[in-house]
Design a protein around this ligand. Structure first.
Ligand SMILES: [Zn+2]
Length: 334
């Protein structure tokens, strides 16, 4: 384990509001009653059984076993909840626990729009988006804020999600084309130029199955945009706190290397990507396969390093820095 604070003690690292506390209690009870079942898996990237345990709980204090594969360095969750249990979790507790709200709000939508602008710019710098009318599909679109940016720029948008409440918000309030369905159940003739997965891919249990379905709905020169929280980017996004990064809905933790490896295995090549992780992949056309390195030591070293540095990192935050400054001034000028 990375350190003793990753032990399964049931404690949340965040102060939870009442809605979140209730959702957490509901999940814990369902786990105890075995309504939520767990399954053991091998490394989803290389198939190896050899691993090291990094953590036993997530940021909310829920039981959550994060492993690193010794043979390729992929970080994944096992034992993890089964597909059925996750489906029930998404229907009942997910938004309550993660957003702390029962219903979609304009703030949630505005946050999506903000992210949509960044995604649009990112894709546009690697794949010409202007002066075209493209078919854009977003899987796991929530209220559809990301897609609204593409719509404003003249593209045909389709958003799919299973969370009805958020979908309805985007449909009714913002007149977006959003459908309650999953990718496997979408109209079989539907094909997109761009398929977007923004903070969705790390939730998908069966990646191979998903990538095969993507192939059926991607036009010949189409691309997929995948954005996930990068495991080598925790120092910039989660206040250098790996425990804040761990959340029970995420079953995989990707680096650019591990994501590209899984995609390549399923016939997709990386067009562009960074460790943040924002990536563009294209169906493979006779390009030589890249050989991927075992990242076990580099990922483990990185996580160990940020765990040690975390203590110093709090000084980076203005509030605390200001408080210390004031304290000094007080001592000097008293
Ligand atoms: Zn592996």
């Amino acid at each position: 384990m990375l350190s003793s604070r990753f032990k399964n003690d049931g404690k949340s690292i965040y102060k939870l509001n009442e809605i979140q506390l209730q959702a957490k209690a509901d999940i814990e009870l369902k786990i105890e009653k075995e309504q939520y079942k767990f399954e053991e898996i091998n490394c989803s990237s290389c198939g190896s059984k050899s691993y090291e345990l990094l953590a036993e709980k997530d940021r909310y204090g829920l039981k959550y076993y994060t492993r690193i594969c010794k043979d390729c360095g992929f970080v994944y969750v096992s034992p993890r909840m089964t597909e059925e249990s996750y489906a029930e979790f998404y229907n009942n507790e997910y938004r309550k626990l993660y957003v702390g709200e029962n219903i979609a709000s304009e703030k949630f939508y505005e946050d999506q729009v903000f992210r949509g602008k960044r995604i649009f710019q990112f894709i546009n710098s690697h794949y010409e988006l202007n002066n075209k009318k493209l078919d854009i599909l977003e899987v796991g679109c929530g209220a559809g804020g990301i897609l609204s940016v593409f719509k404003e720029n003249g593209h045909n948008i389709t958003g799919i999600d299973l969370g009805e409440e958020y979908l309805n918000y985007g449909k009714e309030k913002h007149k977006l084309n959003l459908i309650k369905t999953s990718l496997k159940d979408i109209d079989e003739n539907y094909k997109a130029d761009i398929i977007i997965y923004s903070h969705v891919f790390e939730h998908i249990l069966n990646l191979e199955k998903e990538l095969n379905t993507i192939k059926e709905h991607l036009k010949e020169n189409g691309i997929i945009y995948i954005e996930v929280p990068g495991i080598k980017y925790v120092h910039k996004t989660y206040e250098m706190n790996f425990l804040k990064y761990l959340q029970n809905a995420h079953v995989y933790h990707f680096s650019l290397n591990s994501l590209s490896r899984i995609l390549q295995k399923n016939n997709f090549n990386l067009v562009y990507g960074d460790e943040q992780i924002r990536t563009i992949f294209k169906l493979k056309i006779d390009i030589e396969d890249k050989v991927f390195k075992n990242e076990y030591s580099t990922v483990l070293e990185y996580l160990t390093k940020i765990e040690k540095m975390r203590v110093f990192n709090i000084f980076r935050f203005k509030k605390i820095r200001w408080k210390i400054k004031k304290l000094f001034l007080k001592l000097i000028f008293k």
